[in-house]
Design a protein. Structure first.
Lengths: 733, 188
């Protein structure tokens, strides 16, 4: 590692953000400091190009507000006043509080939150903390993933698998691509995804974008933009099914061979079940898309083969979100596009079984004693069973406030937040702030005093990705594997979350918490993981290069085997088929959780009487210049000012001009933000990108522009956080 | 020889990777000194909207109008590669000079920091990288491969000699060293 003074060495590494890309990076390190960032230097077409976020990595690592030592609170909770303490005092305090709360209230009073801010095999803070707290007698934890739960539930119902994607280059085999609620220009859906889509466009493949916004992906790719009201995607899809059925454009042979329950869906679509024919005119009234457009798209999708209907996760973060993914998957079956090159099985996850984050190794978990004796939840689609011992992630603050009396599994007295900023990133931030103030003790480990950490009693400084060795994977798969290589020594007194948990284990007198060195762990992950064992033959080289690329002889196509030889390869569902009607869902017996995909009106959609007071629908998509609330750095902030998108039709009657300071508000809170008056968002909808830091003033107005001040802390029946179902009003400040 | 850029406007998502990579490579602070800028244009009415982005580095003009505009003679055009370079030390700064170069440039390429007396700096075509056989960092950073750089002759041979783009006006007086694949409402 030693280098002569002034010499530059290159460290090949990657990131571990909660991001859909894992891009090879070359960090230039001089005198122990990162001085420049370069991207991948592999020859094309293998090159995996980083986006602007990691290009600004230096400003995150060396941010003037980086925590350098442990802090203890000296002001009121939320005030943000702290003073420096030693690691020993910090860990003693945390250990003492853990013991006190355990002795006084029992282990279930200890709550663990966070973990999403750093996703890798070893230093993944959530996993380390969970192991430690399990050894300590247990804790109350969360269920669900704030991003993708609606899609996960939907694919498990329909296919019994999350590996629903084709590899990206297969887009070039398509003849029509429908991007439905998918904006990969911002939400990195696998490195190079936009590039593959651009190549598809340049090959003459028609691309249609269905979205309330004319986002940058649409601006670059779309032959046609179809604006649609938030939360109504399923209605449009159902009416597309209606058109296909009426005009006999669906692939009946495919449906008979590979699916079950299509007849039930057909009866719903045609109105046999409920007397309502789901005509394009019916859908137009709901979703605002002209009936003629719906008819045209239905015909085009049914007759252009192969065609890729690419749904995503954003529209599924809504009150009936999982229905959108289920209906998209049903359309792919109706058109026979499942398991087919150039097609798509939909499902919103787009994963392939090489390098998927869900298949990463990690330090071994342990059985959480607090969850012992709960119901068996393996494979269940019944969310209530999963919430007997756990708290839904988007209800954690309500659980802190209401406890067992509110129907939650525990009375929570203390919390530990690792690598996460849930106050900022989950629904109803003002409620979160109220909840965190009620905790007897709150410890946070992070790189910064985040909006969540402002409510902490103790804040522990964590190392950044540049200061760690680790193995990482992107959300939706490779086909490649990446390694994080330490570029610099830990700054200040920072420790990784694994080291913090290990130090706490020692304070608590728990033996056997961490049994291997960092290098031993990493090597064991590579050797023990089925995928890496198969693909990575030279571990040392993998680590040195920071990436191992898997060359595919042909594009990966999800469910290819199930379609080509169904007798030998049933789907991983109880019926062995694509479950358009899902008995496991029917057994739940909840009309808001239908066993076939259905459009259902929900609170805070346009039919809610609340529209009188709050007439606009709020969207809170991923920002392009942060990773959620991470990378809140100057080089990225200046790329795009944080603004609320509003159509001139909505701005004019409110006297709002482009660049005006406005208030966006509802009963949950008020955000002060600059208006961006643009034709790129449909009337009736406003958009604030998530992740801006909550900064309430003395009057309770959030000056930071945190979208979640306005969103709801509820979940759908499939477990989706309903962050894109929120009514608001906008006024000039 | 004349070096120049190619920009495929139809591929640009306006993401800003080029701009951030430029700031990182050249160690430029956040703020007004942007050697690479991205210009935004939006036309039409909902739902018929047209959006384009235009990268604006220095186009290293064949007849750089900033050179004669500079009262201190701080800007020059290099004979060996045609790049337009500034000797920031020789620049009088934005208090002693009324930013004549910036006022002369049709593309606002000359950049000044926010501080009083700030001296001009601008895109230098990453000559340090070029001398090592590497492309400018903005080119290598573009996730959609919308940028390229090389001799203008080579760029024209590879991509054609279109010198128009949405939001760009070719200056006959300055003759910028750039070719485009322009984005037009009809081209998508």
């Amino acid at each position: 590692m030693s280098t002569a003074s002034g010499e530059t060495r290159i460290v090949r590494t990657t990131s571990a953000f909660d991001c859909g890309g894992r891009c090879p990076l070359r960090l230039h390190v001089r005198d122990g400091r990162i001085v420049r960032v370069e991207g991948d230097d592999a020859p094309e077409p293998q090159q995996l190009r980083a986006c602007l976020r990691c290009r600004a990595l230096r400003q995150e690592v060396y941010h003037p507000n980086r925590l350098m030592y442990p802090l203890k609170r000296v002001g009121a909770k939320g005030e943000g006043k702290f003073e420096r303490i030693s690691w020993d005092e910090a860990l003693e305090t945390v250990a003492r509080e853990l013991r006190r709360v355990k002795d006084t209230y029992g282990n279930s009073a200890i709550f663990l939150m966070g973990g999403g801010g750093y996703l890798a095999a070893l230093h993944s803070g959530g996993r380390a903390a969970a192991r430690l707290l399990s050894m300590f007698g247990g804790y109350t934890g969360t269920y669900g993933n704030v991003s993708s739960e609606g899609a996960v539930w939907a694919v498990m119902a329909q296919y019994g698998s999350v590996m629903v994607g084709n590899s990206r280059e297969d887009l070039l085999n398509s003849r029509l691509i429908i991007m439905w609620g998918w904006d990969p220009a911002r939400m990195i859906s696998g490195t190079n995804t936009m590039y593959h889509l651009i190549k598809a466009r340049e090959a003459g493949i028609r691309i249609v974008c269905v979205d309330p916004r004319y986002h940058d992906s649409a601006a670059v790719l779309a032959d046609e933009w179809i604006p649609i009201r938030p939360g109504t995607d399923t209605a449009m899809m159902v009416s597309m099914a209606y058109v296909m059925l009426k005009e006999n454009l669906h692939d009946q042979g495919f449906l008979e061979k590979y699916t079950i329950g299509f007849d039930r869906f057909r009866d719903y679509v045609l109105g046999i079940e409920d007397g309502v024919e789901k005509t394009p005119a019916w859908a137009e009234a709901i979703c605002g898309v002209p009936a003629s457009t719906i008819e045209r798209l239905a015909r085009e999708y049914a007759t252009t083969k192969p065609a890729a209907l690419m749904d995503c996760q954003g529209p599924a973060r809504s009150a009936m979100g999982e229905q959108y993914n289920r209906c998209a998957m049903t359309l792919t079956a109706m058109t026979g596009n499942v398991g087919r090159r150039g097609g798509s099985a939909a499902g919103g996850l787009m994963g392939i079984p090489i390098g998927h984050m869900f298949r990463s190794s990690g330090i071994p978990g342990m059985r959480n004693p607090v969850e012992a004796g709960g119901p068996s939840i393996r494979g269940t689609l019944d969310l209530q069973l999963r919430l007997v011992r756990r708290v839904h992630i988007n209800r954690m603050f309500d659980a802190i406030l209401e406890g067992e009396a509110g129907g939650y599994p525990a009375d929570i007295k203390m919390a530990w937040c690792v690598a996460g900023n849930p106050l900022n990133q989950l629904g109803n931030t003002n409620k979160a702030a109220r909840a965190l103030k009620t905790l007897e003790f709150f410890v946070v480990s992070d790189l910064f005093v985040t909006p969540t950490a402002r409510y902490a009693d103790i804040v522990l400084p964590a190392t950044s990705v540049a200061e760690r060795n680790d193995l990482t994977r992107p959300w939706p798969s490779g086909p490649y594997f990446t390694a994080v290589n330490r570029a610099i020594e830990p700054l200040g007194e920072c420790k990784s979350d694994l080291e913090i948990a290990a130090a706490l284990a020692e304070k608590l007198g728990l033996e056997g918490f961490n049994t291997r060195s960092e290098e031993e762990w990493l090597k064991s992950f590579a050797e023990e993981n089925e995928e890496t064992r198969e693909h990575i033959k030279d571990y040392d080289r993998f680590r040195r290069d920071g990436v191992h690329r898997v060359e595919l002889a042909a594009p990966i196509v999800a469910f290819k085997e199930q379609i080509e030889s169904p007798e030998d390869h049933p789907f991983d569902t109880p019926s062995g088929k694509i479950e358009i009607f899902c008995q496991r869902v029917a057994d739940i017996g909840d009309p808001l959780c239908p066993p076939i995909p259905k459009y259902v009106s929900t609170p805070e959609d346009r039919n809610d009487p609340l529209v009188e007071k709050y007439p606009l629908q709020l969207l809170s998509p991923h920002p392009r210049n942060r990773v959620h609330s991470h990378m809140n750095v100057a080089w990225l902030r200046e790329v795009e000012p944080h603004r609320a998108w509003i159509n001139p039709v909505d701005a004019a009657p409110r006297g709002i001009k482009d660049g005006d300071e406005v208030h966006v508000f509802n009963d949950r809170g008020k955000v002060a933000i600059t208006a961006w008056v643009t034709e790129r968002i449909m009337p009736g909808v406003v958009c604030i990108f998530e992740g801006a830091w909550y900064d309430p003033d003395g009057e309770g107005i959030d000056r930071g522009g945190c979208a979640n001040v306005l969103t709801n802390d509820a979940y759908s029946k499939g477990g989706a956080a309903v962050l894109n179902t929120a009514l608001v009003q906008v006024s000039k400040a | 020889m004349q070096l120049g850029f190619y920009f495929d406007q139809t591929r640009c998502t306006g993401c800003g990777a080029c701009r951030v990579a430029c700031k990182d490579w050249h160690d430029l602070p956040a703020g007004p000194r942007n050697w690479m800028r991205i210009l935004y244009s939006e036309k039409g009415k909902f739902p018929d909207v047209f959006v384009s982005y235009l990268v604006a580095p220095c186009y290293h003009c064949l007849e750089p109008v900033c050179v004669p505009a500079c009262p201190a003679g701080a800007i020059s055009k290099r004979a060996e590669d045609g790049t337009v370079v500034v000797d920031s030390e020789a620049c009088l700064g934005n208090e002693d000079c009324d930013v004549e170069c910036l006022r002369a440039c049709p593309y606002d390429a000359p950049q000044f920091g926010p501080e009083p007396g700030a001296r001009m700096s601008k895109c230098d075509f990453c000559l340090e990288r070029w001398s090592e056989g590497k492309l400018p960092v903005c080119v290598e950073a573009c996730p959609t491969r919308a940028l390229d750089a090389g001799t203008l002759e080579e760029m024209k041979a590879r991509y054609g000699d279109v010198q128009e783009a949405d939001g760009f006006a070719y200056s006959e007086g300055a003759r910028p060293a750039v070719v485009f694949k322009p984005k037009r409402p009809s081209s998508r």
